[in-house]
Design a protein around this ligand. Structure first.
Ligand code: ADP
Ligand code: MG
Length: 159
């Protein structure tokens, strides 16, 4: 039987826009099963990003509960949520949010270093997939992200 890895219990998110209460998520019960590839679809403004921010612990729900791997993450502290995200979540944002003070390579490796990935893992990445992308970008991926085109910035992030 499949493991229900992530689920919500009557999840609600309400925003106050100019004094008007906007109920974006209303008593939502979502179930995500381990190993599944799940797509969330909806028109612009339907609340997809709001849902993703809540499920990932980037934002707190107004009401309701969120469970990951049997634990209620909606009651975690900010520090605990940061560790939860680091260990369990991977995001591809519409904007890249790269840190300008780091090379593209360091931007890609930083999250791995934070979860104690050892040097062997990194060298596999640097000498393997990153190396070929870096070559195809004329070696620019070891430089600063702001000097690169959007395409060159994104290539190493998706490998
Ligand atoms: N931080 C916020 N403050 C106020 N309103 C917000 C905020 N974030 C999202 N909204 C509103 O919630 C609604 C859903 O937004 P969003 O989740 O971004 O939709 P989607 O990702 O499906 O396009 C929109 O009406 C948006 O204006
Ligand atoms: Mg969105």
């Amino acid at each position: 039987m499949k493991n229900r890895i992530l689920y919500t219990d009557k999840l609600c998110k309400t925003f106050s826009n100019g004094g008007v209460q906007q109920h974006i998520l209303k008593n939502l019960d979502v179930e995500i099963y381990e190993g599944d590839f799940t797509v969330i679809m909806g028109s612009s403004g339907a609340g997809k990003s709001t849902l993703m921010y809540s499920l990932s612990g980037m934002d707190k729900p107004t009401l309701g509960k969120i469970y990951f791997s049997g634990e209620e993450i909606s009651k975690y502290s900010e520090d605990k949520l940061a560790i939860f995200r680091r260990k369990n979540c991977g995001f591809v944002f519409q904007q890249l949010y790269l840190l300008d003070k780091m090379s593209l390579l360091d931007n890609v490796l930083t999250s791995g270093l934070l979860v104690n990935k050892n040097k062997k893992d990194n060298s596999c990445f640097i000498n393997g997939p990153f190396c070929s992308v870096n070559d195809s970008c004329g070696g620019k991926c070891k430089g600063w992200p702001h000097g690169l085109t959007w395409k060159s910035q994104t290539q190493p992030l998706y490998i």
